[in-house]
Design a protein around this ligand. Structure first.
Ligand code: NAD
Ligand code: IPM
Ligand code: MN
Length: 351
């Protein structure tokens, strides 16, 4: 059966960078059927909802989903229940892709593009495993209301069940076994009950099924500091939904630009993976044609590797990006002048 990749370009620079990834997919995996759908503000405008049931069904039926980005100032005042971001959260939850892999590696050619000194980032290669379908993003109760004393308040709930921690920890251990075996689990066990529980559960899982894993724990604030002090001390970082979100944006800057960082969100065996750049819709540069397409192209690389079982095609994409960078191809965020199209052309030349 023919494999299908569902493209959900979304908003802002989303269509620009997924358009670039599409050109690469046509070349390295021409037999994969590419389909397109709507998500985020684009879906809200056209269908009245940021993710329709039909699009979610199509995602379930495809082999992988490649998403651009959602959100933007155009939808700043819409009802919160239908904000573009809700489409993305519904897609993650609907597919139950609970393990979000966010690799941060520094291409040799970009060592001097990082905001950190060369010796801190040269050879950097770490993997953040972020829990993606629970925690404070989804916990109940949540809301904005007035308490019994008539005081207005806004609140969220950070909650994790043991099975939710267990399944993402198992993924982190499995990933680490294919690397150096080191996992650093991150939370705020010093102040949060859910953080204390997280540390207890991860420790217990390590005791019963952590063969070959060297497990350490770090408070999330200290981890944020260590990531810019000595980032190469980390191999796999395991974090909850919120801390994983923050730390992955920080890790992105170590690699030169947020326009470089891809991600893969994986669920149980047989569930299509969701692949997306870590960056957002970049409203400040949307439509100008100079967004960096690398994060989207490298997200395609992850889709080829993790969901479509095409490691050779994935390797080709990875080498082409590295080679193009080595030859000096740079978009503006990397200090160059290339447009999205020119950068993509340069990568295609290297394929
Ligand atoms: P952002 O990542 O969109 O932009 C942050 C900065 O990085 C901007 O200056 C932007 O120009 C730059 N940037 C981002 N991607 C780039 C690229 N590929 N090439 C060059 N420069 C790039 O974050 P933000 O401004 O905080 O958020 C904008 C909107 O995107 C919000 O609505 C937010 O909710 C949404 N968002 C969506 C996703 C997603 O869809 N996965 C992720 C993050 C933010
Ligand atoms: C990300 C984004 C999303 C998140 C938003 C847009 C819902 O910041 O993918 O990192 O917070 O998970
Ligand atoms: Mn984020």
């Amino acid at each position: 059966m023919k494999q299908t990749l569902l493209l959900l370009p979304g908003d802002g620079i989303g269509p620009e960078v997924t358009g670039a990834a599409r050109r690469i997919a046509d070349l390295v995996a021409p037999d994969v059927a590419l389909e397109e759908g709507l998500v985020g503000g684009a879906a809200l405008d056209a269908e009245g909802t940021p993710l329709s049931d039909e699009t979610l069904q199509r995602a379930h039926k495809s082999d992988a989903v490649l998403l651009g980005a959602v959100g933007g100032p155009k939808w700043a005042t819409v009802d919160r229940a239908v904000r573009p971001e809700m489409g993305l959260l519904r897609l993650r939850k609907g597919l139950d892709v609970f393990a979000n892999l966010r690799p941060a590696y520094c291409f040799e050619a970009l060592v001097d593009s990082s905001s950190l000194k060369r010796d801190r980032v040269e050879g950097l290669d770490l993997m953040i495993v972020r829990e993606l379908t629970s925690g404070v993003y989804f916990g109940e109760p949540r809301g904005i209301d007035t308490d019994e004393n008539g005081v207005r308040r806004g609140y969220d709930t950070s909650v994790y069940t043991a099975p939710e921690i267990e399944r993402v920890t198992r993924v982190a251990f499995a990933i680490a076994r294919g690397r150096s075996g080191r996992v650093c689990s991150v939370e705020k066990s010093n102040v949060m009950e859910s953080g204390h529980f997280w540390r207890q559960e991860v420790t217990a899982l390590h005791e019963i099924g952590g063969e070959g894993i060297e497990l350490t724990h770090m408070l999330a604030d200290a981890c944020a500091m260590e990531l810019v002090r000595q980032p190469k001390q980390f191999d796999v970082i395991l974090a909850d939904n919120l801390f994983g979100d923050l730390l992955s944006d920080e890790a992105a800057m170590l690699t030169g630009s947020i326009g470089m960082l891809p991600s893969a969100s994986l669920g149980a065996e047989g569930v299509p993976g969701l692949f997306e750049p870590v960056h957002g819709s970049a409203p400040d540069i949307a439509g100008k044609g100079y967004a960096n397409p690398c994060a989207a192209i490298l997200s395609l690389e992850m889709a080829l590797r993790w969901s479509l079982a095409r490691p050779d095609a994935a390797d080709r994409v990875m080498h082409a990006v590295a080679h193009a960078l080595k030859e000096g191809a740079r978009t503006r965020d990397l200090g160059g002048e290339m447009s999205t199209t020119e950068m993509t052309d340069a990568i295609i030349d290297c394929l």
